[in-house]
Structures are given as C-alpha cells and as structure tokens.
Design a protein around this ligand. Structure first.
Ligand code: FAD
Length: 410
C-alpha cells in the first residue's frame, strides 16, 4: 500500500515537503488553517529574497554593542514589547548566550549547510509549475552608509567569502552606475552574485499549491487541534489519519509540540512589510539596508520594503509604528521616490534561541517529524528542509549531519 503522509502547515516549508513527497509517489496531504498564499502565512509577506549568503544569525556578538540602541531608540530596527518580556525570558537568555563567538561560528556553519544551494532548490521545486515564473535570478547588495560602516562588517563578509559566496566591494561611483536613483545616504555596498528573489511570494505559494492539487496532492483547509498516534483532530471535528505526520506550522509549531508533550524553544520575531505601489522608480535587483535592517525588493506589484524585528509574541496586535520606520527608511535610500498606493502587513518569523531550524524525527513518536524555525531565511531554506524531510521519511541517505537541528538540543 502507498505510504500516506500528512503535513501540518502549508507555508513554504510544508508546501515544499508535501510536493517533494508527492513527486516520490507518496500519498501527501497538506492541512492548514488557510490556503497557501494567504496573508496569515509568513510565507506570504516576506521580502522574497532567496538569500543564500544571509548566513549571519541575529544572535551575533555585535548585539551587545548595539543593545542600548535596540532597546531604547524608538526607531531601532529591533524592538521589544516590554509587557511580553517575562514570557520572552526562557528564549532570550539562551539567545544571548549564543552570541558567544564559538557558538556564533558553529551556528553560521550550520546555517550555510542549508542555504548554500537554495536558489537551485527553489528552481527544482518550481520546475514544471506556474510558480517558476516568479523566480528571478540576480545579485543581492548590502548597502552601507559609508566605508567605516562597511568595515564594521568585514568579519561577517569574510565569513561569507570563506563559505564560497562571491563578493564585490562597491564604492559610491559603482553604486551610482548600477542605480542612479540612489540618494546620498548610501555610499558603499557589498554585492553578492548568484542570488535570486521572488517577484510575488503570494502567487509563488498559490501556484505551488495549485500544481500540488492538480497532480494528486490533497489540501484540507482546517486547523489542527489535536494529534494522537497517527490521527489528527481538526477544528471541524474531522479526523485525518496518515502513516506519518510532519509538523511544519511555522511560528505556531511550538503549540503543536506541546500537544504531543514535546519540548521546544520557539519564539516569534514579528516583522513588517510596506509595499509601495505605482512607484516612479524600481531598482533592477534587491538590496539589504545594513544599518536599518530591512530589504528592498522589486516585485510585480510594487516595491516591497520588508524587515525589522519585534519581540512581542504571537497574540499582540500589529504595531504600525514599525511601518513608519520602513517608510522613513526607504526615503533615506531613495529621497526622490514617489508612490500612489501602499499595502502594509505584519508576519511571524519562527525563531529558536540559536537561530537554527528544528529538523528531524521524534525520538518518542516515530511517526512524527518536524521542520520549522526558518527565522529570517525561512523562505530561502524551505525547499531544502522539504527535501531533507522527504529523504528522512523515505529512509534515503542524507549527505549531512542533522545533529545541529535536533529538537532535543534546547
Ligand atoms: C518581514 C519579513 C521578511 C522576511 N523576508 C525573508 C526573505 O527575504 N527571505 C527569506 O528566506 N525569509 C524571509 N522571511 C522569513 C520567512 O518568511 C519565514 O521564515 C518563512 O516564511 C516561514 O515559513 P513556514 O512555512 O515555516 O511558516 P508559515 O509560512 O508561517 O506557514 C506556517 C503555516 O502553518 C499553519 N498553521 C499553524 N498552526 C496550524 C494548525 N494548528 N493547524 C493547521 N495549520 C496551522 C499556518 O496557518 C501557516 O499557513 C521574512 C519574514 C518576515 C516577517
């Protein structure tokens, strides 16, 4: 009989897992509260970057130097919702411990294992589907205000180079050759070749889902409330059975692990996007603005400014002051930019205290598997996590150790 697998969560991680399983002849079902491409998914509103070289976790030793600015400046790209602090502590303390240099370096090594072929992984996932037209190949440039700010990132950029990413240093003239619209606040760049981005993350997700369904995959729009043995119970009191169950519920995965008495340490880093529509200028490639910690991505439906981090949990309402920060930020990069319309959005990055995802099989319940915790690069590594889980479920050889990503490490 054909093996059946139920994947809970149809964001990029679950979608890729279910699609790769389907391609292997497995009877794959996705269950989610919403259809892929819905604004409630983090995979809907991200910056769309297939950011292979984004291997530096936010738990960097530099955090300590910038902590007072992060905590007490209202325009800082990182903010904490103070009323949430007591609940945040069990995550925050180990997170700060991971800023030790040796931890930082081993985390980078484990991140690059997942990102190094991410553009190829997305091309493979999208091949033969209508999603492929939303992948664009190009360079990714980190923008710096000046040479001294660029030099402050020398260590991080040298690590990127060490792991094989090709970097070109750009001065003001090089930047203007590439992008004459750039304002005078940014005078240095680090350009990384061979990257990619999505011109519409929402349509990419939707087309992957449509393809999955058209080719025999099943999608059930219901919320999972309970998992027992090889069954799940949904909000509509339906019972879905499968030989194996995979938890890919993004920032909500912790709640599902609790139901099956498994411990994890997952928080959410809330992030925002401001999409500028009918703009008078579009760059040809995306940017990461190093000091303001947001991305600028040219998309089909406008220029998306996305990023910043807010530690405030899953339940708090969006804080639209964060959107003002993005609006002020884009004006700093492009003082002459004009637009006619805006779309705003808030989403939940799933993040562990070591910024590494949880990937693998439960020790106690052998039919349960996990893939969540993609943090700032969850879109980039989604297909890779899907491939790893597919190989694990099919008992295929995986050419890397999964020790760094075990759920038992916390
Ligand atoms: C502002 C911002 C910018 C970003 N930019 C980038 C970027 O440029 N590049 C990049 O690589 N990453 C980026 N990210 C991160 C990336 O978007 C996420 O890490 C990634 O989308 C997580 O994917 P996921 O599938 O794990 O989770 P999600 O996309 O959130 O999907 C989880 C799914 O699980 C479902 N679910 C939860 N609980 C249940 C339940 N009980 N029953 C049924 N379904 C359930 C949810 O409805 C949801 O659809 C960004 C994030 C933000 C916020």
């Amino acid at each position: 009989m054909t093996l059946s697998v139920l994947v809970i969560g149809a964001g990029i991680t679950g979608m890729a897992t279910a699609e790769f399983l389907r391609r292997e002849g497995i009877s794959a079902t996705l269950v989610d509260k919403v259809y892929p491409g819905d604004p409630k998914q983090t995979s809907f509103g991200n910056a769309g970057l297939l950011a292979s070289s984004s291997i530096i976790p936010i738990s960097s030793p530099k955090v300590w130097k910038k902590l007072p600015y992060f905590l007490f400046n209202k325009n800082s790209p990182l903010s904490i919702n103070w009323s949430y602090l007591p609940k945040l502590m069990p995550w925050l303390i180990p997170f700060l411990r991971n800023t030790k240099k040796e931890n930082f370096l081993s985390i980078i090594n484990a991140i690059q294992e997942l990102t190094n072929d991410s553009v190829d992984q997305h091309l493979t996932l999208a091949k033969g589907t209508r999603a492929s037209k939303y992948i664009k190949l190009g360079d990714l440039t980190l923008l710096y205000p000046d040479k001294s700010e660029f030099d402050l990132d020398n260590f991080e950029n040298s690590l990127r180079i060490k792991y094989g990413f090709k970097m070109r240093e750009l001065n003001r003239d090089n930047l203007l050759d590439m992008d004459p619209f750039l304002g005078k606040n940014y005078n240095c760049g680090a350009l990384f070749e061979n990257h990619g981005w999505l011109t519409s993350p929402e349509n990419y997700m939707r087309e992957l889902a449509n393809h999955f369904k058209r080719n025999g995959g099943k999608i059930i729009i219901e919320e999972v409330k309970k998992i027992t043995g090889n069954k799940v119970l949904t909000s509509k009191n339906n019972i879905i059975k499968a030989d194996k169950i995979v938890i890919c519920a993004g920032a909500w995965s912790g709640k599902l692990l609790k139901i099956i008495n498994h411990r994890t340490n997952l928080e959410t880093e809330r992030g925002y996007h401001l999409q500028l529509k009918k703009v008078n200028y579009m760059p040809s490639n995306p940017y990461l603005v190093s000091d303001l910690k947001f991305a600028i991505t040219p998309m089909n439906d406008g220029l998306r400014c996305a990023g910043t981090t807010e530690l405030g949990g899953l339940e708090a309402k969006p804080n639209y002051r964060r959107i003002d920060i993005l609006r002020e930020g884009i004006k700093k990069v492009y003082p002459r930019l004009k637009w006619e319309d805006e779309e705003i959005w808030m989403g939940h990055r799933p993040t562990t205290p070591d910024c590494l995802p949880v990937v693998g099989q439960s020790n106690e319940l052998k039919n349960i598997y996990f893939a969540f915790g993609g943090q700032h690069i969850g879109l980039t590594i989604g297909p890779r996590l899907g491939r790893i889980l597919t190989d694990l479920i099919l008992n295929k050889k995986i050419n890397m150790s999964l020790d760094a990503y075990k759920y038992t490490r916390f």
